[in-house]
Design a protein. Structure first.
Length: 507
């Protein structure tokens, strides 16, 4: 009697799960991608409308932008499964231009921002991501989770009391269903169940249709009606540049977050110029532009389990179908369902381990300060770029202070070659923060006639250190004493030969 081995589902590596070809051959994985794209499309609709209102433009501009951004970035982006669409960060940056000069100047700025992003991407701006410390990244993630949650609070204020039990039911589904089965994305089940309840029970609660009018036609080619003059360039240049930087920062930070969630690597340079291409395409179709969306990306990757470009592409396609063809159905989806999904995303996004008492006790205080500063500034300004910038600045200051204290100077007096000699051993990295106090570490008046400064355990990093050494040697010469600096490594010797005596030390 033949014994057959139990069949087990194939095990794929994280990289294999990102393969479009492999996913198309696997019905189970393809179903995950399709359903994930549908859930993301449903979540994008109210967000795109809300961001359009923030920017002061017609909701169609936000919806069309979400369609063109998602579809384009699915082909040219460097991070599979990441969702790009109209975002609040871009809306906040561009809103003043809409108010002062109108939609045509706004669209022209979107196109120019895309051009800037391509230039920045090809120039290697993505490599700057390596200078963002982990504590800033944690603060960025936590701030984002808080902002996602806070963005849902208005949907729970001044609404019929039925919204609260509906939201509670939605939360039970999105948190509880994954413990029973992962065959269908829990957010999609929550949206369908709550929609059926509100429709068949004829409940009077806020719906997606209340957010704004949905478009009834496809986007068409749009050429902004602006004069091609220097004056136009002066108007749109600062907004386009700000939009380019904010969009790239948020997109690259999101890509790094998805890398961690999926345990894979992404092509950051491709993602940078890909964002530029997506914004140019979006601008020429009359969209408001955008960048990566962390909330919707987390729905796609973490809540729904998507891993490929298929989900990103389908999110854009489903969005267009839903608003143009099935607008009447989409408009009756209760906002309570989408609120429940976004609250789930905020909880799942937050790094709870980072605020655990055991973690805070073990973590250096400087790391915690950087994380908290990033969170506070980001939440206060509602601008992820400003928050990350402040976080990096605080991290630099903390690092400089910490490294500055690592420099030590040890003095000893011995007879060398028949001469009493004071020897100073300098240990540590010397740069602007640590070298400023170096001048005060020597006994200029008390030292004998011969002084040796041993630098074998240190390294000279900048002009401030060269100036400090010049000041030290000048001080000893002023006291009529001979001083020698020995032990410099090759790089430090070259720097001292190039700058020594040319920085005005001693004056």
């Amino acid at each position: 009697m033949a014994v057959t081995k139990a069949e087990h589902p194939p095990v794929f590596t994280p990289e294999q799960l990102q393969s479009v070809r492999g996913t198309l051959k696997s019905p189970r994985r393809l179903k995950t991608e399709v359903l994930a794209g549908l859930v993301v499309a449903l979540a994008l609709i109210p967000e795109a409308i809300a961001f359009s209102i923030i920017a002061g433009v017609d909701p169609r501009l936000g919806l069309f932008a979400s369609f063109t951004m998602a579809v384009t970035i699915a082909f040219v982006g460097g991070r599979p499964a990441m969702i790009s669409a109209a975002t609040g960060a871009i809306a906040l940056v561009i809103a003043p231009l809409v108010k002062s000069h109108g939609v045509d100047y706004f669209i022209a700025a979107v196109i120019m921002a895309g051009i800037f992003q391509i230039i920045l991407g090809l120039s290697g701006v993505a490599k700057l991501m390596r200078f963002i410390p982990r504590s800033v990244m944690v603060g960025f993630v936590n701030a984002l989770a808080i902002l996602i949650f806070l963005s849902q609070v208005p949907e729970l204020l001044g609404v019929p009391w039925l919204v609260y039990p509906l939201t509670a039911l939605g939360l039970v589904i999105v948190f509880g269903l994954p413990k029973l089965t992962r065959a269908v994305p829990a957010p999609l089940v929550a949206i369908v169940v709550l929609t059926l309840i509100t429709v068949f029970a004829a409940l009077a609660v806020p719906t997606v249709g209340d957010k704004g009018e949905l478009p009834d036609s496809l986007p068409t080619l749009f050429i902004p009606n602006v004069p091609f003059t220097l004056e136009t360039l002066q108007v749109i240049f600062p907004f386009a540049l700000a939009m380019a930087f904010v969009g790239l920062l948020e997109s690259l930070m999101t890509a790094k977050l998805v890398d961690d969630v999926t345990d894979t690597r992404s092509h950051k340079t491709r993602e940078a110029w890909g964002q530029g291409v997506a914004n140019i395409v979006t601008g020429f179709f009359g969209g408001m532009g955008g960048c990566a969306m962390i909330g919707q990306t987390m729905i796609n990757v973490k809540a729904s389990g998507a891993r490929t470009r298929i989900s990103t592409f389908l999110a854009g396609i489903f969005l267009l179908i839903l608003v143009v063809v099935l607008g009447d159905i989409v408009s009756v989806i209760p906002m309570a369902a989408l609120v429940a999904v976004m609250i789930f995303v905020s909880v799942a996004t937050f790094d709870w381990h980072s605020i655990h008492p055991r973690t805070l006790k073990a973590m250096p205080k400087s790391e915690t300060i950087v994380m908290v500063a990033t969170v506070i500034v980001t939440v206060a300004t509602h601008n992820l770029a400003i928050g990350v910038g402040v976080g990096v600045l605080v991290a630099m200051v903390m690092f400089a202070r910490r490294v500055a204290h690592f420099v030590t100077v040890e003095r000893s007096v011995k007879t060398i070659g028949g001469h009493e000699t004071a020897t100073y051993v300098v240990d540590g990295e010397l740069f602007f923060a640590s070298s400023n106090d170096l001048y005060t570490q020597f006994e200029y008046a008390l030292d004998p006639a011969h002084v040796v400064i041993d630098m074998h355990a240190s390294h000279l990093w900048d002009a401030s250190t060269i100036a400090a050494l010049d000041a030290i040697t000048a001080k000893y010469h002023h006291h009529g004493k001979d001083v020698k600096i020995v032990g410099l490594n090759d790089a430090s010797i070259l720097m001292r030969q190039r700058l020594g005596g040319k920085l005005g030390a001693g004056h």
